[in-house]
Each structure stands twice: as C-alpha cells, then as structure tokens.
Write a new protein. Sequence first.
Length: 242
Amino acid sequence: MSEPLPRRVAVAFESAVGLLERGGEDTELLRRALAAERDRAGRTMSVAVVGRISTGKSTLVNALIGEERLATGSQELTYNVNRLRHGPEARLLVHYKDGRPPRPFDPGQLTELTVRRERRPEEIDGIAEIVVELPSPYLRAFELIDTPGLDSVFGQDSLNTLEFLGLDPGEVRSATLRHAASADGLVFVVPVRGPSAGDSRLLAQYLGPEFVAATPLTALGVLTKCEQEWEAGGPHPLDLGR
C-alpha cells in the first residue's frame, strides 16, 4: 500500500530542499522559499472569514463548526481576531500585542473579550488574537479565523461605532488584512441583498498584490441572510431542497 499523500508531499519537499542546499549561495533564495512552503504544507490549513460588519460572518463560522460559540446579532461587533482550532476540550487562550505570555480564560468569556469592551477595556485593547480550541470534529482538518468587519473605512455608521468603542479603525482593518493574507483559504461573506459598492472595494483589496494566494481554488464567496428573500407563508426553502 502506498504511503499517505501528506507523507509523500513531505518527502518530496525534503528531497527538493536537500538538493538545493548543495547549490550554496546560488540557490539559497529558492531554498528558503521552498522551505517556507514545506512548513506551510505541514501545518493545519487555515481559512479566514472576511466581510463587512453585520454580514453574518460569525453566524457562518458557528454553522461551520456546528455549535454556537461566537456572538451574533445586528448590535454585536467583533473587533478582535478569533482563531478557532481543534482541541481535546474547550480552551481559550489570549495572545497579546506586547509579547507578554498568552493568558488562559474561561471559554465562556469569549463574547466578553470580543464584543463587550466596556467590561475590561485595558485587557481587550492589548489583544493580538484569541485562540479558541474546541472538540468540534469539523475543525480536525482546518482552523477558522473570524475577523473584524472591514467596512469601517467606507461606512460612517461603522466608523462611529468603532470610535464610540475607543478603537482605531485603521488598526482593526490592518489586523483583518494581515490575518486574511496569511491564511491558506479565504471566504468572503456578502449579504444576499449585496454586493454594495463597499463590498466591491473590499473585494478588490483581496485581488491585489498582498493576496497572491487568493485564487479561484482558494477563495470563494458566500451569500448570507438568504432568509430575507424567502416568500412569506411559502414553503421552507430547505424543505424544497431536500
């Protein structure tokens, strides 16, 4: 029986990197690039979910992991990056911008750390990302990155919300772009009544030079809030699709 594909890929990478090492300085740049891709291939695939505020990103992430973990609703605002990965039990670990050691929290405090800033403003301002481990079987093959809404620079209402919370819109936007650019896959969330001009501008950012990994094979769009188009009193669309 042949070896599993991941093992064969790892062996191929090691062989290629070893051959390039013989070239010395002439092949050093190529060797580094290939070694970086080798390391990337050995990691669990990461998928970033991005879009404007209140487009249903967190609702989609909850559906993908099969449980209600992230805060949802039109009045909720996710302004910290949440990285959800598989683990033997529910755990929450906060990573800080200043490099201090990560700090564990009770998993039930996730909403408080991502939405309700007024309870612990100093704590939340210094967060780089929140890592959530869950025993969800759906997270065995990949990890999900739930990012803050990206329309703060386009919508005055969103800008006012961020300023009310005492947040720098540019910093929130940069965090989302940085995590999305480093992800292996990209899910762009658009409400069914979109896309708007803001959606088009945001999408253009993900087709730029910073997102060379965003291809038709690694990026897709998802229409959310489809229930807004359901006919009142008519048959349930899910029943029709069965």
